[in-house]
Design a protein around this ligand. Structure first.
Ligand code: DUC
Ligand code: ZN
Ligand code: ZN
Ligand code: ZN
Length: 473
């Protein structure tokens, strides 16, 4: 077993920061030591194989992106990152674990859908990975199969109130699935948008000749998100299911979650970097078909209406608990371009898995969140939310050595011709300049990114079975 000592850095966790050295033995952290600690004089420390100097840098638990869609079939095409390219890009950006969504399609058995995702990921990942299960067909068989998911290490499932005819569940199906959620402790994850109503608006806009990418966001109005979020909360309230609403973008949806939490309900919300930084107005102003790069669901919201500022505030007040990417990349050529002349045919999704840690660190630089909150919303809370904490999400003895050394004095220019390792022909984040830099990334004790060089290997990443959410009450 090789040993590594990370010296001279500031260890940052969700609860504090301190000057400390981190000793890694094999795949795990074995000690977090005050600098100059007598333990450092022990045989173990003297015989370390590698010393990494982290002077002037932050030593943080690796990022956990709890919402990615590698290779997701969508809109007649498939997300352009494979598990190989997507997890490598994640590693570049300081993310050391993803939780992707296995899909049960309509008419398919749940466990067959799960097996398909294991086949896609196995042997291909640069970093560790887990799965949530999308239940695309809630029926008697699926409900029975959900009982078996916990044994598979899958402790959360996602339902869609959007996309009629594809992944959609109606209220009767949602109620039944939530009853199973309440019984088993599986976390219900919800895509909360009123799909049938959105489809009417889409049809009407297209009939008026409003075909540009911008109208995607007009059709998917905030009322559609607020209403669905409220409905999901009420069904969860009735059944006692723990509820996690994915990709929250509207401030009104945040208020629904905040009210439910104030009411003592076990509900949670996730947002994504695009809802903090990008806006509907910018999409309207993009030349030609360029706005297609920002077509995602839920959609970008109006800056004039204040959704972005409100979302930053929600991160500070814990009305929103964590940040994932909803990484669902598509190229412009042959993919987004399917929607030329009809915005409803643009595959939905933005690629961000590589940039989440940097983008959220900008919130520290601009004073929107504290350093500790940065670690909490990108690593520690995702670990707790999805049953990984202790093994992941923390720098402490016994935890996996998933560690990022982040240089606050470094700089990262984001753009297609710059730092870009996702399998896309453009960047949704073109021109973003980051004060900060991911220097070193360690996955289970193995350095996979070493100051601007990828030194990891395909297949190093392992499937991680998850426990039930550590927020269950
Ligand atoms: N939203 C997206 O933007 N892409 C994939 C699925 C989803 O819900
Ligand atoms: Zn979704
Ligand atoms: Zn998603
Ligand atoms: Zn550097």
């Amino acid at each position: 077993m090789t040993t590594t000592l990370i010296t001279g850095g500031t260890v940052v966790t969700a609860t504090g920061r301190s000057a400390a050295d981190v000793l890694v033995d094999g795949e795990v952290i074995v000690a977090v030591l005050a600098p100059g600690s007598t333990l450092l004089g022990s045989d173990l420390a003297r015989t370390v194989d590698t010393v990494i100097d982290a002077t002037g840098k932050y030593v943080i638990p690796g990022g956990i992106d709890a919402h990615t869609h590698m290779e997701l079939p969508f809109g007649g095409t498939a997300a352009s990152d494979t598990f190989e390219t997507g997890t490598r890009a994640a590693a570049w950006g300081g993310t050391t674990m993803i939780i992707d969504f296995a899909v049960q399609t309509y008419g398919q058995q749940v466990m067959d859908g799960l097996a398909t995702w294991h086949d896609k990921a196995r042997g291909n990942c640069a970093i560790d990975y887990g799965f949530h299960q999308i239940i695309g067909d809630v029926n008697a068989d699926s409900l029975k199969a959900m009982d078996g998911l916990v044994d598979e290490g899958i402790t959360s499932f996602k339902l869609f109130m959007a996309y009629p005819g594809v992944f959609y569940s109606d209220d009767a199906q949602i109620l039944r699935a939530m009853q199973t959620s309440a019984e088993t402790g599986l976390m219900t994850m919800m895509h909360a948008e009123n799909g049938p109503a959105i489809d009417v608006l889409v049809e009407q806009l297209l009939a008026q000749g409003k075909t540009d990418p911008y109208y995607h966001g007009i059709a998917r109005a905030w009322q559609m998100e607020e209403e669905a979020t409220h409905r999901a909360i009420m069904l969860a309230n009735l059944t006692g299911a723990p509820l996690y609403v994915v990709h929250v973008s509207a401030k009104q949806a945040v208020e629904q979650l905040a009210a439910a939490r104030d009411n003592g309900q076990n509900v949670f919300g996730e947002t994504c970097p695009q809802y903090l930084y990008l806006s509907l107005e910018e999409q309207l102003g993009a030349p030609g078909f360029e706005g297609a790069k920002w077509v995602c669901s839920t959609p970008l919201r109006s800056r004039a209406e204040g959704h972005q500022d409100h979302m930053w505030q929600s991160l500070r007040t814990n009305d929103i608990q964590m940040v994932s990417t909803d990484h669902c990349p598509f190229c412009m050529k042959d993919q987004k371009e399917l929607g030329l002349g009809d915005f409803s045919k643009i595959p939905n999704g933005i690629g961000s898995v590589e940039h989440r840690m940097d983008l959220m660190y900008q919130g520290v630089v601009t004073g929107q969140i504290t350093l500790e909150r940065w670690v909490e919303i990108t690593s520690t809370t995702p670990a707790r939310m999805f049953g990984l904490y202790g093994k992941k999400g923390v720098i402490a003895p016994g935890a996996d050595a998933d560690i990022v050394i982040y240089d606050p004095n470094g700089h990262t220019s984001i753009g297609y011709d710059k730092t870009h390792h996702m399998n896309m022909d453009h960047s949704a984040w073109e021109g973003f300049e980051i004060d900060g830099h991911v220097d070193t990334v360690m996955s289970r004790g193995t350095v996979v990114v070493d100051d601007n060089a990828y030194v990891g290997t395909k297949g190093h990443g392992q499937f991680v079975k998850r426990d039930l959410s550590q927020y269950l009450i």
